[in-house]
Design a protein around this ligand. Structure first.
Ligand code: ATP
Length: 136
């Protein structure tokens, strides 16, 4: 398999895990008070605050590590929860791809003055389940 296909494969796994609700996607801008606390082989680790909770945010230097990221996420997911193992709360992305933004609920804003019924139709067309979208 080519390097590009490996990247697509692992990126697809991650996107599906987010879409299916197995892994929570945090908005990067919601993570506050970043403080450097450690360094591993793949990147730095930061202490961050999300709402009022403290999290360790593990960063990966670049997307080339997608395989390592996914393998670590899979391991966490298999363990699910154990009191002696740090828990995976979710993932975030500094420069989310369009699909990640859409999964996270981002939509184009409706233009001021657009009739309410048009806004509703527009929003219905974006529904995740194709069967819930309007039929022409
Ligand atoms: N949940 C956490 N709470 C506090 N500090 C952490 C946490 N996770 C990682 N760290 C700190 O960041 C450092 C790097 O962690 P990271 O998991 O990236 O690498 P590692 O597992 O130590 O090594 P490798 O990257 O080779 O697997 C740790 O040694 C620790 O000091």
């Amino acid at each position: 398999m080519s390097k590009d296909n490996i990247m697509k494969d692992y990126t697809g796994w991650l996107e599906q895990a987010i879409v299916n609700g197995f892994i929570k996607l945090y908005e990067f801008s919601d993570l506050q008070n970043e403080k450097h606390i450690g360094r591993g082989s793949y990147g730095d680790v930061y202490r961050v605050i999300w709402k009022k909770d403290i999290f360790a945010l593990k960063s990966f230097k670049n997307q080339e590590f997608i395989k390592e990221i996914v393998e670590e996420l899979e391991l966490h997911w298999k363990v699910n929860y154990h009191e002696n193992i740090i828990r995976l709360y979710g993932v975030t992305c500094t420069k989310p791809r369009l699909i990640i933004n859409i999964i996270g609920g981002t939509r184009e804003k409706t233009i001021n003055g657009t009739p309410i019924e048009y806004c509703k139709l527009y929003k219905d067309c974006w529904k995740y389940e194709p069967t819930e979208r309007p039929i022409i």
